[in-house]
Structure formats: C-alpha cells, structure tokens
Ligand binder design. Structure first.
Ligand SMILES: NC(=O)c1ccc[n+]([C@@H]2O[C@H](COP(=O)([O-])OP(=O)(O)OC[C@H]3O[C@@H](n4cnc5c(N)ncnc54)[C@H](OP(=O)(O)O)[C@@H]3O)[C@@H](O)[C@H]2O)c1
Length: 219
C-alpha cells in the first residue's frame, strides 16, 4: 500500500487520480480548497480550505497531517486562463504563476520532511510549458507558469535526488475536465496511465519531463 498526497483533488484529473489510487487500496491524503460529496467518502484524510498559494495554510495542513512517510506526492492543482498577445491580463498571468509554479514549491517544501528514499514527487505540468516544443504561441500566462514549474522540477530533482527522491514533470495529455470544457481523454483513463507510469519510475528518470506513458518530452 502506497501513501499518496494529491493537491486539487476535488475535481478533474485530481479526483480521477484520487479514485485510481484508492481503488488500488492505497492510502490517499488530499489538500483542497473545498470539499464535495464525491470527495468526502473517498478521502478520509482530507484537508480543505488549503489554497496552494497560501504558504501558511499549506504548512498548517502539513503540521496537522503528522509524520507518516509519503511515497507519492502529486502536485496536481493548477489553473489555466487563456490569453494571447492582444488579450493579456498581467494579473491573470501573475495568478497562474502563483498557483502553477509557487503552489507546488510551497507543497514540496512543507512536506519535504515526510519524503524518503524511493519517494516520488510528480509535478503535473503541460506540454504548453515546453520551450522547445512551442510552435503556436499564445497562452502567455499558462505557458510561462508551467515553464517555471518545470524549472522547479529540474531544481528539486537535483536537490532531492541527493536524498534518493525521484522528481519528474508529467504532461497528462488533453484531459476531459472543466479546464478543457470536457474535451479530451476521459480523466479516469488518464489517471490510470499516470498511475502506471508513476509506479514504474526509477531514479534514473528523475529530472525528466514525461508524458503519461513515460515518453520523454523536450524541455
Ligand atoms: N485538462 C488538461 O487537458 C490538462 C492538460 C495539461 C495539464 N493539465 C494540468 O493538470 C492539472 C489538473 O487540471 P484539470 O484539468 O483537472 O483542471 P480542473 O478540472 O480545473 O481542476 C483543477 C483543480 O485544481 C484546483 N485548484 C486550482 N487552483 C487552486 C489553488 N490555488 N489551490 C488549491 N487548489 C487549486 C481546483 O480546485 P477548485 O475546484 O477549488 O478550483 C481543481 O480541483 C493542472 O495542473 C493542469 O494545469 C491539464
């Protein structure tokens, strides 16, 4: 049985990941902003009112959750606010940076003491955060925030790698959630693919950017 921590598990991909792990008999703790009727029975160890941008709230939740080791930490919470060069709202770009890049940093630091040799930290990224894969432009705020998150992954992989902790960025593909107007691959299918790939991760892959099947994506 793995001990798993997932952020933003009240809907979308996070909820599907929660289901995938609990269905497999794993023990899942959840950080979220709000509860839902679906979430409550699935996650007895649920910590609501935790906005990942709120450092104090994240650390309060970490303190309340005790010292049990975490085997898999999934930084899933994220937002996307579409923009382009003619529709650029700096405040929206700043918010995406706060949630998508600084949120995972807050969570990784607050829960670091519970990670151990063999733990995996998964930052749910996006191909849109890849600089070398950018062929279409647009989505300044989202792309920049996920590129910053990718640097967090790279840095953590170096630092936490010294402690035997594997850190990767993962692109889930286009997933049918609120973020995409429910267009894309069903979230449960994506969660199953991610879980399988995460389960097979070896330390040698730490510091890489992977799709949900484990194929490398260029940074
Ligand atoms: N869907 C896709 O095609 C796709 C593609 C590539 C990458 N991704 C990434 O996959 C992850 C999950 O996305 P999704 O498609 O499941 O989106 P979603 O349905 O919009 O769900 C996002 C989740 O993140 C939570 N969240 C947002 N801001 C938060 C904050 N400040 N603090 C705590 N929780 C917060 C939301 O909680 P609330 O309900 O409280 O807002 C929600 O549970 C994101 O990181 C996203 O960037 C998605």
């Amino acid at each position: 049985m793995a001990r798993v921590l997932i952020t933003g598990a009240e809907s979308g991909l996070g909820l599907a990941l929660l289901r995938a792990y609990t269905d497999a008999g794993d023990s899942v703790s959840v950080l979220c902003r709000r509860t839902s009727s679906e979430l409550t029975p699935l996650a007895p160890d649920m910590h609501a009112d935790v906005d990942v941008t709120n450092t104090a709230a994240v650390y309060r939740a970490a303190a309340a959750m005790g010292d049990a080791p975490i085997d898999v930490l999934i930084n899933n919470a994220g937002i996307m606010i579409e923009d382009d060069i003619d529709r650029l709202d700096i405040a929206a770009a700043r918010l995406q940076f706060e949630v998508n890049a600084l949120g995972p940093l807050n969570v990784a630091l607050a829960f670091r003491r519970r990670l151990h040799i063999g733990s995996r930290v998964i930052n749910i990224s996006s191909r849109l955060g890849s600089i070398s894969d950018n062929e279409s432009g647009d989505d300044y705020g989202y792309r920049m925030s996920k590129a910053a998150q990718n640097m967090l992954t790279s840095n953590l992989a170096i630092e936490l790698g010294k402690e035997g902790i594997c850190v990767v960025a993962m692109h889930p593909g286009i997933v049918a959630t609120e973020m995409t107007g429910n267009q894309g691959t069903p979230a449960d299918e994506v969660a199953g693919d991610l879980k399988r790939t995460i389960g097979g991760l070896e330390m040698a892959r730490s510091g890489s950017f992977l799709d949900r099947f484990g194929e490398e994506i260029p940074w």
